[in-house]
Design a protein around this ligand. Structure first.
Ligand SMILES: C[S@@+](CC[C@H](N)C(=O)[O-])C[C@H]1O[C@@H](n2cnc3c(N)ncnc32)[C@H](O)[C@@H]1O
Length: 113
């Protein structure tokens, strides 16, 4: 699962690994797809490209176009094995992302950043 997806460089690398290894898992990408202070505000073209690329992986991949806070309501506690956190990079934002999403992580979780 990714928090912060943009063009999906990290996300689709994960999807391709799941596809090639035929892993029995679900992948979820969260983003508003409007941009932020680091990425800049970007156009609808980005989400359209991500949606097109996602068609290859649609049997196991879901795009959640919403804020990280709103997306939390869609995800069961303890259900995430791997969480890539890559939203806003200010300390307070990263801290809020980690603290808000920790309850969603399973016991064997992996994070980066
Ligand atoms: C650094 S980019 C992500 C890059 C991506 N991980 C990759 O591999 O290329 C950050 C993204 O996070 C999104 N974002 C930042 N804060 C967000 C929030 N609170 N809710 C939803 N999306 C957010 C922005 O729209 C932006 O697309």
């Amino acid at each position: 699962m990714t928090l912060g997806t943009h063009w999906g460089y990290s996300y689709f690398a994960m999807c391709e690994a799941v596809h090639q290894a035929a892993l029995p898992t679900q992948c979820i990408a969260v983003d508003t797809w409007v941009g932020d202070v680091h990425a800049g505000q970007y156009s609808e073209e980005v989400f359209q490209a991500v949606r097109d690329e996602n068609k290859k992986y649609s049997s196991f991949s879901t795009l959640l176009r919403k804020t990280f806070d709103a997306a939390r309501e869609d995800i069961e506690d303890g259900s995430i094995d791997l969480l890539h956190v890559d939203g806003r990079h200010f300390y307070d934002d990263v801290k809020e992302d980690y603290e808000g999403w920790i309850p969603k992580l399973g016991s064997g979780f992996i994070t980066n950043r």
